[in-house]
Write a protein that binds this ligand. Structure first.
Ligand code: S3P
Length: 190
């Protein structure tokens, strides 16, 4: 598809917001590659993410995540799904390479926990203690970062296919010269 000056889409948002699923569908719609940051880190470490946290600690995971993120952001015609913590680093969304459309999939703490629990014990940061309390506290910390995305979509109610189609539509309109999308305050589409 003709996407104008946009060469990659970066999906950010909290755990359980659907970044991976939306990303896979969007990549198919655009006929672009799909890359998942957690999967890439896990492949390089040869360990699942929870095991990286357990063996090496969160700080080591964050370092790998940062390195792999930097590499993936050099690719073109790619949809990138990040882990929930990747965008929550000062300056990260402000420093995206040109041609990147950042999309925040907004989810409530309640819905995030509901989805996370149904996936099983794959989210180390929600383990041990009251998952909902943890999710609320983390989300409060992270929302100011996620807000730097160029576009925000409500992912609580919408299906992944609907969200992916929405982004595809935004890209098509942009390539036709309609929608000015720039980093800063996100335009909220709900
Ligand atoms: C994390 C989210 C996870 C994964 C890791 C840390 C976070 O990814 O990167 O467990 O800090 O929110 P998902 O957002 O895909 O669950």
């Amino acid at each position: 598809m003709e996407t104008g000056d946009i060469r990659r889409v970066l999906l950010v948002g909290f755990m359980g917001s659907g970044k991976t699923e939306v990303g896979r569908i969007l990549a198919r719609l655009l006929a672009w590659r799909f890359r998942d940051l957690d999967e890439e880190v896990s492949a390089r470490a040869r360990l699942p993410v929870p095991e990286i946290f357990r063996r090496w600690g969160e700080a080591a995971f964050r370092e790998w995540e940062a390195q792999v993120g930097e590499q993936l952001l050099r690719e073109e015609e790619v949809v990138l799904a990040t882990g929930g913590g990747w965008a929550a680093v000062p300056g990260r969304l402000a420093a995206l390479p040109p041609g990147t459309l950042s999309v925040w999939l907004r989810v409530s703490a309640e819905e995030a926990v509901r989805r996370a629990l149904s996936d099983g014990p794959v989210r180390p940061l929600l383990q041990g203690g009251d998952a909902l309390e943890k999710a609320r506290a983390l989300l409060r910390e992270r929302e100011p970062f996620y807000r730097h995305a160029a576009v925000a979509l409500d992912a609580d109610q919408s299906e992944p296919l609907e969200l992916a189609r929405h982004v595809e539509h935004l890209l098509r309109r942009r390539s036709e010269g309609f929608t000015p999308l720039s980093a800063g305050e996100p335009s909220i589409h709900e």
